[in-house]
Design a binder for this molecule. Structure first.
Ligand code: HEC
Ligand code: HEC
Ligand code: HEC
Ligand code: HEC
Length: 416
């Protein structure tokens, strides 16, 4: 459901509050929230191919989810800023302008995109080769984070431009770690690193949208799977990080351990030991089951479309834009797909100037909507579908039962 706004009467109440608070402090602090009521100029997706580092980060709208150092403004305006707006809700900043009950309900839902990793310290934390290949085919780094980096139309050229913009230059040196891996393994156990970190043993393949794990302790949610350390960090970056993470990222929840240089070297040697590649075998693709009972639109909307998909596939009622999957964004032109209403679902996506309707089937007969949900399951295993973008974009795959539900609804002719 699109956010609904306060009545003029309650706005008058707010004006009084501002006046009594004195000095306009509340107004100053919440001017961006207030501005949500004003018609906003939408960050237009750019049609042209980016030619410079700056154009690349603007084109892909990295500042809708990250604070992007060097870009002015460093983050997009609130009405378009996925992370800042969700944060404003989670921390009660929208309470002034919306109904309490509504905020409470939203808060029960909003788990994802309430924060994103810091990009300012990136040049000290990752190698250039990792960044450029990851941007083109993102895999999950933090298994319990919930949201992941969305797949975008980033090719080798755009990836190099972005790495330039973020000043990520460091490459691997030829030098090998000289410590004792077994001593490193013992330190890893002694300091309970695994209380926050996975190391190749994350339950990623079973995590689904709505899993309680995504609401666990924040330090654990933010901790990377250390299986990627070898490809992500140079030896020098790893040593620096282990010596003093707070020097690199002042607000990190990783403790600074008083390691001696020898201990740092032992840990680095252990962490750089290769682990077996995953996945060894692609998992068999899930085949949706058709339910015996009738499925009606309100159930589909409640479980799926109007709760999870609507925000990127919104309708004209939403202030600001209609989302990256409808009117465009994140470098996508937009598929004109409105998933906030049944009429929008029936109209389907727009290709070559016309709406394809529902069901819009791929060659193998799978409705495109279902194919997109299945494709997201594959993306978690690192298998990207060449022709279908996994949905929900950049979020955990939806549970199998919900794919059954929407498949059944579509095959039953999408009843009201
Ligand atoms: C829809 C929101 C969204 C957008 C837009 C977005 N990101 Fe991200 N980004 C994320 C999330 C969520 C993560 C955390 C992923 C993880 O750790 O598995 C992330 C992680 C990253 C990381 C890894 C940082 C680290 O410490 O591991 C980099 C680098 C990054 N993003 C760069 C970019 C760039 C460059 C753009 C624009 C091209 C961009 N992001 C656009 C959501 C977004
Ligand atoms: C103006 C504030 C605002 C902005 C901007 C915003 N959201 Fe939301 N978002 C909300 C609210 C409110 C909800 C909860 C709606 C509900 O539960 O009915 C929500 C819910 C969601 C959800 C489902 C809840 C969850 O945690 O999975 C997703 C996904 C989502 N938003 C993605 C995005 C993305 C992607 C963007 C940026 C393109 C974005 N939002 C921008 C306010 C905002
Ligand atoms: C309280 C939780 C916690 C503990 C305990 C912890 N870490 Fe971390 N660690 C984190 C978080 C969170 C990050 C990510 C940085 C951030 O975003 O704050 C991180 C990042 C790292 C990184 C960088 C990985 C990357 O891919 O970017 C390494 C390496 C690392 N930790 C090693 C260790 C080792 C070794 C130990 C045990 C000696 C340890 N950590 C203990 C929370 C923890
Ligand atoms: C974070 C934003 C986001 C979320 C959440 C999201 N989408 Fe999308 N969706 C997009 C973007 C961006 C596109 C691509 C638009 C384009 O091609 O220009 C897209 C495209 C699609 C397509 C066309 C895919 C193709 O490759 O042909 C389908 C179908 C779709 N979305 C369904 C869904 C469904 C169902 C959900 C909810 C489970 C959902 N989306 C959630 C952003 C999102």
């Amino acid at each position: 459901m699109a956010p609904r706004f306060l009545s003029p009467a309650s706005l008058a109440g707010v004006a009084i509050l501002v006046a009594t608070a004195g000095g306009g402090f509340v107004l100053w602090r919440d001017a961006d929230v207030l501005a949500l009521r004003l018609p906003s100029q939408v960050l237009a997706p750019r049609q042209h191919a980016p030619g410079s580092p700056r154009e690349a980060v603007e084109h892909f709208q990295c500042n809708r989810c990250h604070v992007v150092p060097g870009l002015e403004p460093t983050s997009a305006r609130l009405s378009e800023n996925c992370v800042t707006c969700h944060q404003a809700i989670a921390t009660g900043r929208l309470d002034l302008w919306y109904r309490k009950a509504e905020i409470q309900r939203w808060n029960e839902h909003i788990t994802h995109l309430v924060r994103t990793p810091d990009l300012g310290s990136l040049s000290q934390r990752v190698k250039r080769s990792w960044l450029t290949s990851w941007l083109q085919a993102p895999h999950v780094v933090r298994p319990l984070y919930g949201a992941t980096m969305p797949r975008m139309k980033i090719g080798p050229r755009e990836a190099e431009l972005i790495a330039d913009f973020l000043a990520v230059t460091q490459e691997e040196s030829e030098e090998a770690a000289r410590g004792d891996a077994e001593a490193g393994r013992a330190l890893y156990a002694k300091h309970a690193c695994a209380s926050c970190h996975y190391r190749g043993d994350s339950p990623l393949a079973t995590l689904r949208y709505g899993s309680p794990e995504f609401r666990g302790p924040s330090a654990r949610r933010r901790a990377p799977d250390l299986r990627h350390v070898r490809s992500r960090m140079s030896l020098a970056q790893l040593r620096n990080w282990l010596s003093d993470p707070h020097r690199i990222l002042p607000d990190t929840e990783m403790p600074t351990f008083p390691f001696t240089p020898k201990e740092v070297e032992d840990l680095a040697t252990f962490l750089r030991e290769p682990l077996p590649e995953v996945p060894a075998e692609p998992r068999p693709r899930y085949r949706p089951r058709l339910l015996e009972r009738e499925v009606h639109y309100p159930e589909v909307a409640r479980k799926l479309s109007s709760h999870l998909c609507f925000h990127c596939h919104s309708d004209a009622r939403r202030p600001g834009d209609q989302g990256p999957g409808n009117s465009g964004g994140f470098g996508y032109d937009g598929a004109s797909l409105d998933l906030a209403t049944r009429a929008g679902l029936l109209r389907g996506i727009k290709r070559d100037g016309r709406f394809l309707g529902l069901p819009d089937r791929l060659e193998d007969g799978t409705p495109r909507l279902v194919a997109a949900l299945l494709a997201r399951h594959g993306e978690m295993d690192g298998q990207t579908h060449p022709a279908v973008l996994g949905m929900p974009l950049g979020l955990p795959p939806v549970p199998e039962e919900e794919i059954d539900l929407i498949s059944t609804w579509i095959e039953q002719g999408a009843p009201e």
